[in-house]
Design a protein around this ligand. Sequence first.
Ligand code: SF4
Length: 706
Amino acid sequence: MPTSLQTTASTCCYCGVGCGVLIEHDGKTILGVQGDPKHPANFGKLCSKGSTLHLTGDLDARALYPELRLGKGLARSRATWDSALDHAAKVFAETIREHGPDSVAFYISGQLLTEDYYSFNKLARALVGTNNIDSNSRLCMSSAVVGYKRSLGADAPPCSYEDIEQSDCLLIVGSNMAYAHPILFRRLEAAKAARPEMKVIVVDPRRTDTCDLADLHLAILPGTDVALFHGILHILMWEDWIDRAYIEAHTEGFDALKQLVRDYSPTVVADLCGISQADLLRCAELIGKSPSFLSLWCMGLNQSTAGSAKNSALINLHLATGQIGKVGAGPFSLTGQPNAMGGRETGSLSNLLPGHRDAGNAEHRAEVARYWGVDALPETPGLTAIELFDAVAEGKIKALWIACTNPAQSLPDQSKVHAALAACPFVVVQEAFFTTETCHYADLLLPAASWGEKEGSVTNSERRVSHVRRAVQPPFDARPDWAITCDFARRLEHLLKPGLPSLFDFASAQALFEEYKHLTSNRDLDLSGLSYAILDNQGPQQWPFPAGAQHGTARLYEDGRFPTASGRAQFLAEPYCSAKEKRDGRFPLLLNTGRLRDQWHGMSRTGTAARLFGHAEEAVLSLHPDELRRRRLQDGQLVSLRSRRGELIVPVQADENVRAGQAYLPMHWGNRFLKGLGTNVLTQPAFDPLSKQPELKLSGVEVEKA
Ligand code: SF4
């Protein structure tokens, strides 16, 4: 081991488990990575993705210099930061003056650090005067946000990872934890090995590796979750496995729900969900008779046109059984991205404001405007991800700033998104990797610092804030995201509001954190007692952590009081509605998309490490053997996979884990198929009416010989 080897404690940049890492480096180059034994998310363990972080991020794939082009048909040329940001400020200022503030938009990312998010929010709302700032968290957690807020009064996951280990009954819905949140799954495996009496129920149309741990797997038909939850509640009520005292003391709206779920008898629900009545009854019995019950969910629930209803129907089960605010109990959404929580906290969805405030609430706008020292914040509702790219396609958005995300790969109906980006007059892409599909459309490419190269903070799925530390300098001209944003903002201020003191005079990420944290004072997520020094001295902390607190808060709602107007949690009585796209004669299969164990999102980072292709070399379509037989297809054959929106040529494999009438394709590939763009060329942009989260997991498709 070289004598100059240094170690810097930081966090993994992939999933919402938020594992602590020790970055090994020589001050210039990252040489290795270990799990941080002191970090309470992972206690030293790392999964295949985290443990290979140092092998990814190859310089050949990195954006290293600003690059600008002055015409759509031209190639980008290397530029200085001054000329690049001056040009961007000039174009944004002219566009805002000519077409108004809502003619520009920002599309940012759950991969950003909290300080990056905050700087973007302040830029959009306080300086530009638009709410057109949305994040790829719209594709990830926005249904959970709506679910928590409507049922419990605040966007606050109430549990801790320890509750998962201490629970008597776990319901895992629409989440392949074994692949998507591996270290948390390892903790669950260890807990079940130590306490075999712990029951695990997995609800997933597909039999995944997570099911290996399950006592019961309910392979429901895609999109029928609301019917399932109402059916479970029907049985809980019938058997008197509900907590009437809790309902009476701490909730509202139970009578309406009781009326609704009367119609969801076991016969009806088993038929709707395509499961046996015996399994349904067993599921309800496990939940109803367990001393503690905790549910975990992820994209399978959220990415749906009924995502908000699914979240509320699941939370109903916890309220009806009093299984919330106590050890081993509660509804617990698993955050997909490393800092989707930080984005929600800083207001990085178009309908939110910093400190879990709402952009549509005049009082909230006035509070933030006062704090920022501006006259007012914009009232016009901002566009959400799908709406935003529709507006780009319609020519309403004339300057678009994209940071740390790859919408040309990750948004549904990919062809439409590519056409929109091609037509947008000015596209800025702030990115660490020039290889993403979106970079192709950048008129201005700004090189961003990546993992191990920048400082800030992140919040993981259990509300735990970690200090993200820099180990090495970013390569060549790359800069931290917050620094790029603030530098641009100062130049735009000079053009739009000359002579006024700058709102973006931040010399460090820490300065941004110090300003931001006071906006959370006396809010449900109060972080005002935190500082980088406290995180360094006491380790990562769970919010709320108000000023003067000695430690964070492991569990919410232990006193049965909720942050609603009445102080009571709300039952939501919403009927099951079938999914928007159904099987029919032309598209007789329902396509589900999801993650592989060793790849992350659009593979801009994981795709640079050969070792991570050892688990799965390429995207393969999985079909039940009966579906192959019906179509006279062979295992491994190339097939044409078509939806109403596009076509791909992919290899197919027989897979007993996928039910007949369904299909499964990994989500990571953006443009590497023999024909077509990526997986999302097939998926549909229909979205939930409240959360505006698109239905990425359910699209009608057909498969034929290629
Ligand atoms: Fe990183 Fe998630 Fe793996 Fe932890 S579980 S090492 S945060 S990818």
